[in-house]
Unconditional design. Structure first.
Lengths: 611, 512
């Protein structure tokens, strides 16, 4: 819609004046609209003079501003990236990081009540008596929450305890109606896990090709209520979130580089996503990380390094940075805190054990509370919740139905199917794994029993499944994924037709260009519900690839030969040959012209012209 | 009742103290915390009353007011809706003028409820019922007869403490004599952990109470005081410091201390170990195995020397334990007010072990030689009968028999006698309740079949924390810091200041 200056609009609305130009122009000049409250235009004009003049200028300035902003961000992004590379390792100091990740489990009910777990419902509509800690109400453990929790723990290679317990962690806060949070402190349900991070996960160069990060324990706990801050110091509470099941993943202090820490958090999210254990990704608030940071001198000369955590000795005093909500925040906060600690230590100071905060975009961490104000949570085994007993059969069942995790999948795709790690990673990440499934089915179908054929076929298919299928979009372009892949690899693209198409292509019976056309037709037919026989279609449209004879090549070459160009080539501008090859390829139907062959023929003819 | 069930004399109430009997001078304690319920029954205002028994809160008032008070096994009656004091000990109990009255009400409440995670499932109930049926009369109140001479009664030697009032001791002896006349075998048994039970109880109960009372922070529960938002960096201190009464504050403090990271090893964890040992003591003494645990081996090396060995396997095992409910007769309120809290905690010494072990226990009144001041009425002593876990029905059966036998044997005008209630100016319309009806000689036919040992899949209902410890481990219980004595002996003003400063220190709420 055309933009109407506010001045004009106001005159229309308040005074019933219609402009004589533009889309609101009247054919005959008369007042059609009567103002409800006729106000002298001058009166309002006085009030709005500034705005009127500001708007046209503002429009221009805003666009420019956006552009500048983008430019600046880009420049900054590059700058900080460069800084990060320099920032991963320091000569004199060693960084040690441990991470705690909270993730919301994907379950229909809360941890201890049958209230539904919801994300964006109307506030305070899914709350049971126990969620509000109503005196006299009691918890009822929802055993269904165990399924995603155990799957998550298995994906993190943990040992599952067949018996675990719940404890109360006491602290006062308005988002905690009971005055305590039910968590697993003394006997968590999973322990001693690990995650292996590879170079392609984005770990620091210094960590080599792969690094294993130990996981101390995984525990289940309750979420707190959501605080909605209103202007004027008012806090509204939404108890829909209170009591939702979370898992907390606690690592060993085995991370020594900031980017590895970020890679770890990212990997955890990928894994939890792969086993369908969690509701939301980090960026949407379903995953939160706390990091514990300490530094020590590499030569071990500092006396402050007498701390230990989870059996790791000789660590420096650590500080905890709470509530980091993005991968970048994890990395940046660690760098900032490390640099702050080093600065303090080098100035002869001491690090205090304290809790610190980080706001996105800031350059340093800020102190939240010190050790003297550190809460003594007074953990107590919950006196009315019995132990959670998980049968080994359940664990075994979940282990068997877990499926291949992303890492295993990538290994299979690269080693068996000959894909590059980059392609394998993009395949795995697409369509919830459905794309990779489709790919594997297609390659297996074409290769049959021949294992050796899988690699070259895999590379060819990989290209088609990733790029050509990816290029198919609806004319309207309404959705991002037009092929509607589901997780088991079914989609709008019929597997059988795709397989026969690739078979013809691989056998050299049709050209790549033809294949693309056929693929497009297949997609369109499948959208309209029509079925297609690939072979028949090629037959009917006469698309089979017929190799041209040398004579035909020569005729074609002669037909496009331009004496001027020939002269240039003969003078030594060899590059011009490719121009002629291109001309030939354009002339040839259905991409029949093989550039290699065309070049040979051309060179031959041009040489003939020399004499 | 006492505020949040905390007290032994029903004096810690916003509404003022409960008085035992209406016309007695000087006023006597009705016991606590469910003293109000007991007096309502005593006055005949109600047929029966409910109370929660955490460490004796139903049995103690029953003993002081001359009523019958029953604490079923932990998990028998749903706690859904009960405002918790200490979840792992709280049990809904019943008060009435006779065992029959109490049993009637208990029968209505005795069922599974899946809203209470600690309530015993119907599966476990059925298993135990099948087992009891094989052993004993189906319904103790249905007139089924069994031979008292087959019943073995345990008398815990550790309960014969120095502080025991002679009148109570006499009443205890009297009951044992009556039972002996009926052919019961009376054997001494040893419950060596009893002396630690009271300390363990006050540590565990206070810790759980602290946790349960944390919700009264003025945000949703409790009233918010003053406009002092965020004064001195704390949001809740003032509110928390104002609403609670002295006893509640004292126990919150005690609980906060025993759970703090510096003290938990020495107090809370040790107390949990003691609790396990108290349970083992009972399991060793009872003929029936505990349905919640596998068969156990017992170490008898630490038994009291006076305990005779029944055979080479150890001392004899018993069906029920008979002991006093309270060490004294109902004290005068004016005396109670002069007592230190520690002294007042002592009243629970005989009721707490059954609570820690989750066992069913019933207190029945026995008239003593002591008369109320200025009256011909004899004061009651409470005698407590304890059975194995889930053995509630047969315990009630037995208690009803004992009640009848006492009435025959003791002709004093005391509790259980209609003149007693009338003497207390009871405005009861009818005395025609089964409990008051004079009974003919109770005859017992048919021996209960030999007690069958059975095993169940252990389903831990009483949430217990630690594995069983040896006695040596808890030998120096509570180390050098007697926290109970320390905190309990504070006067109210000291409690106030300590409470405020501790809260200030602990309560640094989460900020982000």
């Amino acid at each position: 819609m055309a933009r109407i200056p506010p001045m004009v609009l106001r005159r229309y609305i308040c005074g019933g004046h219609i402009p004589t130009k533009g889309c609101l122009r009247m054919k005959t000049t008369r007042a059609t609209a009567t103002a409800l409250n006729p106000v002298a235009p001058q009166g309002t004009r006085l009030l709005h003079t500034d705005a009127d003049t500001a708007i046209p200028e503002g429009t221009v300035a805003f666009r420019k501003q956006l552009k500048d902003e983008a430019k600046r961000k880009k420049a900054e992004g590059l700058g900080s990236k460069k800084a990060k590379i320099d920032n991963q390792v320091l000569e004199k100091w060693e960084l040690t990081v441990g991470i705690e990740i909270h993730a919301q489990l994907n379950t229909p009910r809360k941890l201890f009540s049958s209230a539904a777990s919801t994300i964006n419902e109307k506030p305070n509509t899914h709350v049971a008596l126990f969620d509000l800690a109503m005196p006299g109400s009691q918890p009822k453990f929802q055993k269904e929450t165990l399924i995603p929790a155990v799957r998550a723990a298995l994906a993190l290679n943990c040992e599952i305890s067949t018996s675990s317990r719940f404890d109360r962690k006491h602290y006062f806060h308005w988002d905690q109606p009971a005055g305590y949070q039910i968590t697993q402190y003394y006997q968590p349900f999973a322990r001693n896990g690990y995650i292996t991070l590879y170079a392609h996960d984005g770990i620091a160069k210094e960590d080599g090709d792969e690094i294993r990060i130990g996981i101390k324990q995984v525990q289940m706990e309750q979420d707190t209520a959501k605080t909605i801050t209103q202007p004027g110091g008012i806090h509204l509470l939404d108890f829909n979130r209170v009591g939702l099941p979370l898992i907390e993943i606690i690592t060993l202090p085995q991370i020594h580089h900031p980017s590895t820490a970020a890679a770890f958090v990212r990997k955890v999210q990928i894994l939890l996503d792969a086993v369908d254990a969690c509701v939301l990704g980090m960026e949407s608030g379903g995953l939160r990380a706390d990091v514990n940071v300490s530094v020590r001198r590499r030569d071990g000369t500092v006396s402050d390094a007498g701390h230990s955590y989870a059996g790791v000795e000789g660590l420096g005093q650590r500080t905890e940075i709470k509530n980091l909500s993005s991968f970048k925040a994890v990395e940046d906060a660690i760098i900032a805190e490390r640099d702050r600690q080093i600065e303090v230590l080098e100035a002869g100071g001491k690090i205090a054990g304290e809790t610190r905060g980080w706001t996105i975009g800031s350059s340093g961490t800020r102190r939240l509370r010190g050790k003297e104000g550190e809460v003594d949570y007074r953990y107590m085994p919950d006196p009315e919740l019995g132990p959670v007993l998980i049968s080994p059969t359940l664990i075994e069942h979940l282990q068997n139905t877990l499926g291949a995790l992303p890492d295993a999948e990538i290994t299979i795709l690269t080693e068996e199917y000959g894909l590059t790690i980059k392609d394998a990673m993009s395949l795995v990440s697409l369509d919830n794994g459905g794309r990779a499934e489709f790919f594997r089915m297609a390659v297996d179908r074409i290769a049959g029993d021949s294992a050796s054929a899988k690699q070259p076929l895999g590379r060819l298919c990989g290209n088609w499944v990733l790029h050509e299928l990816g290029g198919l979009t609806l004319e309207s372009g309404e959705t991002a994924s037009d092929l509607n892949f589901d997780a088991s690899g079914n989609s709008l693209m019929p597997l059988d037709d795709f397989v026969s198409l690739i078979k013809f292509l691989e056998a050299g019976r049709i050209t790549g260009k033809t294949s693309k056309r056929v693929l497009r037709t297949l997609f369109e037919n499948s959208l309209s519900g029509a079925s297609t026989d690939v072979e028949k279609m090629i037959e009917e449209n006469d698309l089979w690839f017929r190799p041209m004879s040398t004579e035909e090549y020569q005729n074609l070459a002669r037909s496009i030969l331009d004496p001027k160009v020939v002269e240039q080539i003969l003078k030594g501008q060899k590059g011009k040959i490719m121009f002629l090859v291109g001309q030939m390829m354009k002339m040839g139907e259905n991409g029949q012209v093989d550039p290699q062959k065309a070049r040979e023929v051309l060179e031959h003819i041009i040489e003939e012209n020399r004499t | 009742m006492d505020e949040f069930g905390m007290g032994s004399h029903s004096l810690n109430s916003f509404f003022g103290p409960v008085v035992n009997g209406s016309s007695l001078t000087p006023a006597l304690s009705a016991g606590g915390s469910s003293g109000g319920s007991a007096v309502a029954v005593q006055m005949g205002q109600v047929f029966a009353a409910l109370g929660t028994d955490t460490g004796g809160s139903v049995r103690l008032p029953a003993a002081y007011t001359g009523q019958c008070g029953f604490k079923p096994s932990y998990g028998r009656v749903s706690r859904w809706g009960v405002i918790p004091y200490a979840n792992s000990l709280d049990t809904v109990g019943f008060l009435g003028q006779s065992v029959a009255d109490v049993y009637k009400v208990f029968g209505k409440a005795n069922r599974a409820d899946d809203r209470d995670p600690s309530c015993i499932s119907s599966g476990t109930r059925n298993r135990s019922a099948r087992s009891w049926r094989r052993k004993r009369a189906r319904n103790p109140m249905a007139g089924a007869k069994w031979d008292l001479s087959e019943v073995k009664i345990g008398v815990p030697v550790e309960y014969n403490i120095e502080e025991l009032d002679p009148a109570v001791r006499t009443a205890w002896k009297k009951v044992l004599e009556v039972l002996k006349e009926q052919g019961c075998r009376i054997v001494p048994v040893s419950l060596p952990m009893t002396k630690h039970a009271l300390s363990a109880y006050y540590v565990i109960a206070a810790a759980e109470a602290m946790s349960n009372l944390a919700k009264y922070d003025g945000v949703r529960y409790g009233s918010r005081t003053g406009p002092s938002d965020n004064a001195g960096d704390v949001l809740y201190s003032e509110t928390r410091g104002q609403g609670f009464g002295n006893e509640a504050r004292r126990r919150i403090l005690l609980g906060s201390y025993t759970l703090s990271s510096e003290a938990i090893d020495n107090y809370f964890l040790k107390a949990q170990k003691v609790r396990r040992l108290v349970q083992r003591d009972f399991d060793r003494v009872f003929k029936l195995p505990n349905p919640l645990r596998d068969d156990q081996q017992f170490d008898i090396s630490d038994l009291d020397e006076s305990i005779a060995m029944d055979n080479k396997l150890g001392p004899s095992q018993v069906d029920y334990i008979v002991c006093p409910t309270a060490p004294t007769l109902p004290p005068k309120i004016q005396d109670v007010l002069k007592q230190t809290p520690i002294h007042s905690y002592m009243n629970d010494v005989f009721t707490v072990p059954a609570s820690l072990a989750g066992l069913p226990a019933i207190s029945i009144p026995v008239p003593t030689d002591i008369k109320y001041e200025g009256s011909d009425l004899h004061m009651p002593a409470g005698i407590q009968l304890i059975g194995q876990h889930l053995d509630d029905n047969s315990l009630c059966h037995f208690a009803s028999d004992v009640e009848g036998l006492i009435k025959q044997a003791v002709s004093l005008v005391g509790p259980g006698n209609r003149h007693f209630h009338q003497g207390l100016k009871v405005a009861r319309e009818s005395d025609d309740t089964p409990g008051d009806r004079p009974r003919s000689v109770v005859r017992y036919h048919g021996a209960p079949s030999p007690l069958v040992r059975y095993r169940t899949v252990p389903r831990p209902i009483v949430p217990l924390f630690s594995p069983v410890a040896t006695r040596q481990e808890v030998g120096d219980l509570f180390g050098s810091k007697p926290a109970i004595a320390m905190i309990a002996s504070l006067d109210p003003e000291e409690v106030d200041s300590l409470f405020a400063s501790t809260l200030n220190q602990w309560e640094q709420e989460k900020r982000s």
